[in-house]
Design a protein around this ligand. Structure first.
Ligand SMILES: [Zn+2]
Ligand SMILES: [Zn+2]
Length: 290
């Protein structure tokens, strides 16, 4: 089937917009990629570069020199380096290319059906309102939700607000099982929205998704993509929110976007900083006695 140039660009945009990926696993044909390249809408970055005398991975931005391995590269016959830190996403070396969308934003915002009739407790309502305000202003917020507080439903309204602004929204968690649990809940709440669930081994869908629920690791494949990222720390013990995952989240959010952290165990430094910025919400355990 012949596609018009515009259709081809739309197809490439829908997958590539907001992502930074290697060219080997694209959900469209090479021919479409070449067409997009000829139209000048594909940006390319080297996988690993030398920056201030140090190796730097352009996918995960890992700052640790020990993450980089140099080797005699059979592909380019030179001394290349690859990044060990994000190698589970497929190896990326200095002579490999990462692809990004460099064309116009072709996402046509639409209204999203928001379908939820559950009941919030007073504490959940208060935090929901605080979160909605922060999302509207694209201002970071720390949600301290103790275990059993019912933290997922406090996200719904602010997600709806962001989606209906035409924004791209991400819910990120370190754990695949949490992605698998959240995905059907979000599908019920936003029944007309094309939601993608991303985790290691998940099918790659070619469409543009305004709402992505993903493991934090998969965010290495995104760059300046989301207006709002909700980070659900998932109360995983002994999980600690390591610096490299923080970097993954930070690079996935747009420059004018904001990150909302949901955690059961904020550090005191996080709490003090958020309180100072008037961006701290606390939600206690729900009362289950009725
Ligand atoms: Zn890397
Ligand atoms: Zn090479």
């Amino acid at each position: 089937m012949e596609h018009s140039v515009q259709e081809s660009l739309q197809t490439v945009h829908d997958f590539l917009a907001g992502r930074i990926v290697t060219g080997d696993r694209l959900p469209f044909s090479n021919e479409l990629l070449q067409r997009a390249e000829a139209s000048g809408v594909i940006l390319k970055k080297q996988g690993v570069i030398k920056k201030d005398g140090k190796w730097h991975c352009q996918r995960c931005h890992c700052p640790d020199a020990s993450a980089y391995v140099t080797f005699n590269c059979a592909k380019c016959n030179q001394r290349c380096a690859y990044c060990r830190h994000c190698i589970q996403m497929g190896r990326v070396a200095s002579c490999d290319e990462l692809l990004l969308w460099g064309g116009d934003d072709l996402y046509e915002a639409k209204l999203h059906t928001f379908h939820w009739q559950g009941q919030l407790t007073d504490a959940q309502s208060r935090v929901t309102n605080e979160l909605v305000e922060s999302v509207k202003q694209k201002k970071a917020r720390l949600i301290h939700a103790v275990c059993g507080a019912g933290k997922t439903e406090i996200l719904f309204e602010s997600m709806a607000v962001a989606l209906n602004e035409g924004w791209r929204v991400c819910v990120a968690t370190p754990r695949t099982d949490v992605v698998l649990e959240l995905f059907p809940r979000f599908q019920r709440v936003f029944p007309d929205t094309d939601i993608h669930a991303l985790y290691g081994g998940a099918d790659v869908k070619p469409s543009f998704s305004p709402l992505i629920v993903t493991t934090t690791h998969q965010l290495y494949r995104f760059e300046e993509s989301f207006d709002i990222v909700f980070v659900d720390e998932a109360d995983a013990f002994p999980y600690s929110y390591d610096r490299s995952l923080q970097l993954a989240v930070q690079k996935a959010v747009k420059k004018d976007g904001a990150i909302m952290y949901v955690t059961a165990t904020p550090t005191s430094a996080q709490r003090i900083k958020a309180t100072r910025n008037d961006a701290y919400s606390f939600i206690p355990r729900r009362f289950h006695g009725f």
